[in-house]
Design a protein around this ligand. Structure first.
Ligand code: GMT
Length: 381
């Protein structure tokens, strides 16, 4: 195998795209490729110790001359430097703005200066298309950055279709679904439950997200209120964002004793393994990493029927899908699982098998490497 030299830029903060990019970097490094992360800080959940993984920090200066500090330009400069020094074959950026924009600028500068220029591959994760591309102030730069990339991937068919429709583009977009490699839990179910103040016979629903408005955490809390008569049903939230704004609702619904929140958890495997099922009520989701992570540990998922979630969860086989905002429907699905341990175990086993068969890290990294090589053959240096 001829190892590749790949630059990766993503948002390093807690978020699905950063997690996906970090995991991809780790998988590529394990296969012998040299991986250069370029960002303002090391990505959350990145395993930095691998000898094939390097991190290059973008230095930010705050000149008083600029009213608004800019990230795109110093990022582009760092990309020029790293691409030339390490002879990057590919600069793989996650999100069109500003990452693809900076990478394209870097490629242009390198070519003009006679330096080594990397081919740009852009992975669309959602928000840049579903939200930002609808903003007329950003739409042209998102369209340009997507169409000028040597290769473009989307994390679901749903996002691919939405991108074509929103950008009105004929650009080829390859769908490479997100993947997840579950780590073996290192704590027992009973130890985790004890530490969280949960009983061994509680039916624990788990929710992992950054709690942005799009996740509709308020609907999840209303589901818990709707099943309040069953004292065993509890909610465990692994929050990647502040939970404080939801506290008044928790109080109003009288579910203080039913909800446990843990923030910025890295060892998610210990908590998912100690739960019984997952719950997700998003109004939009181009993929839904939390859904996949939950299923990977053999837990069925109750979720809203939106975007990429419908490509992961199979209705009635690995969980249940309900209409957006259908709190009663979500609650009745939760009750069904809580009252039938055999059904819950059967759907959970099917969920795990689906995660392994369709969303494995091995398969995904293989698809990315094949895509890189195709782009290298088709797109001139
Ligand atoms: O929506 C978020 O929670 C953050 C955002 C991100 O940048 O991580 O998520 C997007 O990318 C994830 C990874 O590909 C997907 O799993 C999420 O569905 C997607 N979010 C949306 O489409 C709203």
């Amino acid at each position: 195998m001829n190892p590749l030299s790949i630059g990766i830029t993503c948002y390093p903060s807690v978020g699905g795209s950063g997690i996906v990019a970090s995991q991809l970097g780790s998988e590529l490094a394990a296969l012998g490729h040299k991986i250069h992360f370029i960002s303002y800080e090391p990505p959350f959940r990145l395993e930095k110790k691998h000898p094939n993984i390097f991190f290059h920090q973008v230095e930010l200066n705050e000149y008083r001359l600029f009213k608004y500090p800019d990230y795109t330009l110093p990022l582009a400069v760092k990309m020029v430097e790293v691409a030339n020094k390490f002879k990057l074959d590919i600069m793989h950026v996650h999100y069109a703005v500003p990452h693809a924009t900076a990478a394209l600028l870097a490629r242009q500068i390198a070519r003009e200066e006679g330096l080594h220029a990397a081919r740009v591959i852009t992975t669309l994760h959602g928000t840049d298309i579903t939200l930002l591309a609808r903003d007329p102030n950003l739409a042209p730069i998102i369209k340009y950055s997507t169409e000028s990339s040597c290769g473009v991937t989307a994390v679901s068919h749903s996002l691919r279709e939405e991108t074509i429709q929103v950008l009105k583009t004929t650009k080829d977009i390859e769908v490479i679904h997100n993947s997840y490699r579950p780590r073996a839990p290192r704590k027992t179910r009973s130890a985790v439950r004890k530490a969280l103040g949960l009983r061994q016979d509680d039916f624990v629903l788990i929710h992992l997200s950054n709690l942005r408005p799009v996740k509709r955490a308020q609907d999840i809390l209303k589901v818990i209120a709707a099943v309040k008569d069953d004292e065993r049903i509890k909610l465990l939230i692994l929050a990647g964002g502040p939970f404080d704004p939801f506290k008044p609702l928790v109080k109003e619904l009288g579910i203080e004793k039913r909800v446990v929140v843990k923030s910025n958890v890295v060892d998610i495997e210990n908590y998912i393994a100690a739960s019984d099922a997952g719950i997700y009520a998003s109004e939009r989701e181009s993929f839904g990493m939390g859904v996949l992570e939950t299923m990977s540990f053999g837990k069925p998922v109750v979720a809203t029927r939106v975007g990429g979630v419908t490509e992961i969860v199979v209705e009635g086989e690995t969980g249940y899908l309900k209409r957006l905002g259908d709190v009663r429907g979500l609650a009745s699905a939760v009750r069904k699982l809580a009252n039938d341990p055999e059904l819950c175990a059967r759907l959970g086993a099917a969920a795990k098998a689906r995660a392994q068969d369709n969303f494995s890290a091995e398969a995904s990294v293989g698809k990315y490497v094949a895509f890189y090589r195709r782009v290298m053959a088709e797109c001139r240096q």
